[in-house]
Design a protein around this ligand. Structure first.
Ligand SMILES: Nc1ncnc2c1ncn2[C@@H]1O[C@H](COP(=O)(O)OP(=O)(O)OP(=O)(O)O)[C@@H](O)[C@H]1O
Ligand SMILES: [Mg+2]
Length: 518
């Protein structure tokens, strides 16, 4: 058997799932595209997560797109982080051009343009339906990450959440959080928590409050509150096709911590609310996180641990996560170890750092009788990748340099007018445009503070009245004794009843007058 035939046989025995799959492309051997050697990704294994890596411009985002398209076709909903705002084109059929047709032809296929159901979301509310989460939904760890709090301050944040939970104080928006922080640091709550939770220093409270205000000043306060995002909306289907939900973050791109944390809060919620389902024939939902290095950059330990745990456990809920980034080394090793499906686009080896990343990447690939992995990785063309996935038995497939199929929808953003049309026609856009201000921690604490204030004032008044009464009694006693003297004086007895009545008349008048009398 010649090398090509052997290659085709090996690839086909490795990449021919029994169940539904995603067609990625055809194998490349010695620079030649071998169309019959088909590289497929079993839908059954999509919950084993994946990595799409490669140097800039090598085709990562389009790989993400072509996988999302086929998932949608298979009725699997998809959530994608649209970092550059260039995925909205998924909604429209692509425009055929000689390059795309040639690519399809090389694979023995024809290019068939197609559009997919898309829902646009944004954190600013401008480029898609407003995605929000309540402060409670964020939780203390993620919120501390957004606010860039140190460990002590994060601990205080945890106390604040615990107190709010124990006392049924809904933390909905940033006003609720600010009110609770002040209430517990210097308000009536300070004494209340001292023994059971520990006290919150005014310096820590001050820092937390300042950081919350900074977020508000950047105009990002609106992502906290109601109507908060209902994750069930991610599971919609349109005419049997899975909905592709795009979170466009192009207008908050510099706020890396904010959107990566928001994303993680969605994962946490999915993890907390979805039932255990074990391994399914196809996933319930697949998450794609483009530019994933931003998620891990400068992340505190607690945050990384949370991501690791979620990734490990969320697959039993039928949810797959695909990370897309330049080098596998951008992803913490403990996370990387859990990504079963690998699509590695070309890597460059310009700098010593690049060379090190290349060496590390090579070491994570199984041996291949067809390739020298390092040479292949540095010579792949655009829209080509070195692939190994998990077969239906969970065993890694033969490593295959792959010429990827072209996406069928438009590669790039929709025209502005089409984006507007898509948003205006969306019932979810209308739903999330509404802001609701339910009774929450702010109102409850304001009421509590007011009640305390009223109670304090009432108490003070009572005390003052009591003091005054005591003084009055003393005065009366003095008055009486003076009066008795006056009345009993021989001369008064002679003046008669009218004067005495007059004197008493003055004494039973207003307090101030009785006071001024003496
Ligand atoms: N599968 C594909 N089919 C057809 N064209 C492709 C494919 N993959 C990549 N291309 C072409 O390569 C270009 C760059 O691809 P893409 O934007 O996906 O790169 P990237 O790795 O995401 O880059 P960056 O790191 O800058 O985000 C695309 O605009 C497209 O023209
Ligand atoms: Mg990209």
């Amino acid at each position: 058997m010649d090398k090509q035939a052997l290659f085709t046989e090996k690839i086909n025995s490795s990449y021919s799932p029994q169940g539904a799959f995603i067609y990625l492309g055809a194998g490349i051997l010695d620079g030649q595209i071998i169309a019959p050697a088909e590289i497929n990704l079993p839908l059954r294994m999509m919950n084993r997560h994946g990595l799409i890596a490669g140097a800039t411009g090598t085709g990562k985002t389009r790989t993400l797109q072509l996988i999302a398209e086929q998932l949608s076709d298979a009725g699997v909903p998809v959530f994608m982080l649209d970092v550059k705002g260039d995925l909205s084109g998924l909604n429209q059929p692509g425009t055929s051009n000689p390059k795309l047709e040639e690519r399809a032809q090389q694979l023995g296929k024809t290019f068939t343009p197609n559009g997919f159901p898309v829902e646009l979301y944004s954190l600013s509310g401008k480029t898609g339906a407003q995605m929000r989460a309540t402060v409670i939904e964020f939780g203390p760890v993620l919120l501390s990450k957004i606010l860039d709090l140190n460990e002590t301050q994060t601990g205080v944040m945890a106390v604040i959440f615990k107190y709010a939970d124990d006392n049924k104080l809904p933390l909905i928006d940033l006003n609720d959080l600010k009110k609770t922080v002040s209430y517990l640091s210097e308000g009536p709550g300070a004494a209340e928590i001292k023994d059971s939770y520990g006290s919150i220093s005014s310096a820590t409270a001050g820092t937390i409050l300042r950081k919350i205000v900074a977020i508000e000043q950047q105009g990002l306060g609106q992502i906290f509150g109601e109507t908060s995002f209902d994750i069930q909306d991610l599971f919609d289907r349109v005419d049997g096709k899975g909905l592709i939900s795009l979170l466009n973050i192009s207008d908050v791109q510099s706020q890396t911590v904010l959107y990566s944390t928001f994303l993680l809060s969605l994962l946490v919620e999915l993890f907390n609310t979805m039932p255990e389902v074990g391994d399914l024939d196809k996933p319930k939902l697949v998450f794609f996180i483009d530019e994933a290095h931003l998620l891990f950059k400068d992340s505190p330990k607690a945050f990384l641990e949370q991501i690791e745990t979620i990734i490990k456990l969320i697959r039993s809920k039928g949810i797959g996560i695909f990370f897309c980034t330049q080098a596998p080394t951008d992803i913490p090793p403990s996370v990387l170890a859990q990504l079963g499906n690998r699509v590695q686009h070309a890597l460059r080896a310009f700098t010593p750092n690049d060379a090190e990343a290349l060496r590390k990447t090579v070491s994570t690939y199984p041996k291949s009788e067809f390739y020298e992995i390092d040479k292949v990785l540095t010579s792949l063309g655009t829209g080509q990748a070195l692939i190994t996935v998990l077969n239906e038995k969970g065993i890694p497939t033969e490593v295959a340099a792959t010429h990827l199929t072209p996406p069928r929808a438009l590669m790039g953003p929709l025209a502005d007018a089409d984006c507007q049309k898509l948003m205006q026609g969306s019932s979810l856009y209308t739903k999330y445009q509404q802001t609701i201000d339910p009774s929450s921690a702010y109102d409850i604490l304001t009421q509590r503070i007011n009640e305390k204030l009223e109670a304090d004032t009432a108490l003070k008044q009572q005390q003052e009245e009591a003091k005054a009464a005591a003084r009055q009694a003393k005065v009366s006693r003095n008055e009486k004794s003076v009066l008795e003297e006056v009345i009993n004086a021989p001369i008064t007895r002679q003046i008669g009843r009218e004067i005495v009545r007059g004197l008493f008349g003055m004494l039973t008048g207003k307090k101030s007058r009785s006071r001024s009398l003496f």
